[in-house]
Ligand binder design. Structure first.
Ligand code: SAH
Ligand code: SF4
Ligand code: F3S
Length: 439
């Protein structure tokens, strides 16, 4: 009988892609995935440490599994991802019932760690950051394309060291995968029925900048545009400082490129942006937004914003509100600043009063909720192209797909439409999705 594993994934799309690789490796070892931890022989958490709350969650979850481990000492418990990378081997000392720890560059070491735990009851950790050549060799890629949409990792790591951010510390330096390899993967996915690809990287638009003779990111998009079968292209996440004019122009001349861009601004005050080490001013950011809208008048923008960075005063916060009002984002992820050990900002005195921070956060959410509503409710009554991705989880003949602006639309229709692009009239708007009917 095959052994069972349970895997929980936290954090960003990088971790989601890494988890796909983890599933593949464990299946090769003869493990089958289960949806609940109770019957599993192996429990893994793929973790995120971007904010303190995310990190605390990991220890909370491990505590939840302790009774299972007490009842079945043979159960193997492991932690991977960004918390594992940050804490390393010392996690084994901290959590006595933990069997294995693997870092962000060490997914390939997982089978050996699991076998050691299984056969020799040996606890182990593999968390060293690897050199460029090894990482390029181990780059995550998937040859199987059983879904309509797929993420394709084109670069990994980050060299920006925004002063608040743990990511460069836990993901290592930037490496870009050779564009030839990326295109081969995308062509193979297209042959298997994939219709939409999202090029993925921590800082995706700095793709290739540090590799001699490599294509620019815009040129890479131009090549993906030529792949038969691919109907839609997206990419995430972009850094405003690396948003070149060449890339902006892609939105006007690549017809497969979707009309949505996630462009994290973080803050509207130049003084705070500088303290964050973001490499642009509010004015420069707004100028790029202006150029994007010239190139693609119906483009919708989403963003990330941090409230309560050390030293943020009421004036600086108002500048953030002003910028958010001016851009008119379709959606925004808003975060309360969280000091991360080892980052530059963690050394700054945290002067913002907790209550003030909370109040600012609520004001920002209120403004953005109104922007969201204004953007998405206006779609009601009109028909838009939707690439049908699958049947809704609820069953009942409901299909789902997305518009060019990356919003989920649910509607009734036959399963034969999956993989096709159809016109759907939007009938209702919800906080995170829309309801429609075939037009
Ligand atoms: N590479 C991407 C994603 C980074 S993490 C980018 O540059 O946009 C996603 C978001 O988490 C960031 O955009 C930022 O808004 C938020 N974030 C990162 N570190 C944070 C911290 N210490 N406190 C609060 N929010 C943080
Ligand atoms: Fe973090 Fe900045 Fe890199 Fe994004 S660009 S991952 S916010 S350091
Ligand atoms: Fe979190 Fe690591 Fe992603 S810290 S946001 S899972 S890169």
């Amino acid at each position: 009988m095959s052994r069972l594993f349970y895997l929980e994934t936290f954090g960003c799309q990088m971790n989601v892609v890494d988890s796909e690789r983890i599933v593949d490796l464990l299946q090769e070892l003869g493990y089958c995935q289960v949806e609940t931890p109770e019957t599993a022989d192996l429990i893994l958490l793929n973790t995120c440490s971007v904010r303190a709350k995310a990190e605390r969650k990991v220890y909370g979850h491990l505590g939840r599994f302790k009774p299972l481990k007490d009842a079945r000492p043979d159960l193997i418990l492991g932690v991977g991802g960004c918390v594992a990378q940050q804490e390393g081997e010392k996690m084994l000392a901290q959590v006595p019932y933990l069997d294995l720890v693997f870092g962000t560059h060490n997914i390939h070491a997982l089978p050996e760690l699991v076998l050691n735990a299984e056969q020799k009851r040996q606890r182990g950790a593999a968390t060293e950051l690897l050199d460029r050549e090894t990482r390029l060799r181990l780059f995550p890629q998937r040859s199987s394309g059983e879904s309509v949409t797929r993420f394709v990792t084109v670069m990994q790591g980050c060299d920006n060291f925004c002063s608040y951010c743990i990511v460069p510390h836990v993901r290592g330096r930037e490496v870009s995968r050779p564009s030839g390899e990326i295109l081969t993967e995308i062509r193979s996915l297209a042959e298997q029925g994939v219709r939409e690809v999202t090029l993925l990287g921590q800082n995706v638009n700095s793709y290739g900048l540090k590799e001699d003779g490599e294509r620019s990111f815009a040129a890479l998009l131009g090549e993906v545009q030529k792949v038969d079968g691919i109907e839609r292209i997206r990419f995430t996440t972009s850094h405003p400082k690396d948003l070149s004019n060449e890339l902006i122009d892609c939105f006007s001349h690549l017809d497969k490129l979707c009309h949505h861009l996630h462009l994290p601004v973080q803050c509207g005050s130049d003084r705070i942006l500088e303290a964050m080490n973001r490499g642009y001013t509010a004015k420069e950011y707004l100028a790029k937004v202006g150029r994007l809208r010239e190139a693609c008048p119906d483009i919708r923008l989403t963003t990330d914003i941090i409230v309560g960075f050390p030293g943020e005063g009421e004036d600086e916060f108002r500048q953030t509100l002003d910028l958010v009002g001016e851009v008119g984002y379709a959606d925004a992820f808003t975060f309360l600043y969280s000091a991360r050990p080892g980052t530059a900002a963690a050394e700054l005195p945290d002067t913002v009063d907790a209550e003030d921070k909370q109040h600012r956060f609520e004001r920002l959410v209120e403004l953005q909720t109104a922007n969201n509503e204004a953007t998405w409710a206006a779609d009601v009554g009109s028909a838009y192209e939707v690439l049908v991705e699958g049947e809704s989880r609820q069953g009942d003949g409901q299909l789902f797909g997305r518009t060019t602006w990356n919003r989920i639309v649910n509607f009734s229709g036959p399963a034969s439409l999956v993989g096709r692009t159809v016109a759907v009239k939007i009938t209702r708007n919800f906080r995170n999705s829309q309801l429609g009917e075939l037009a």
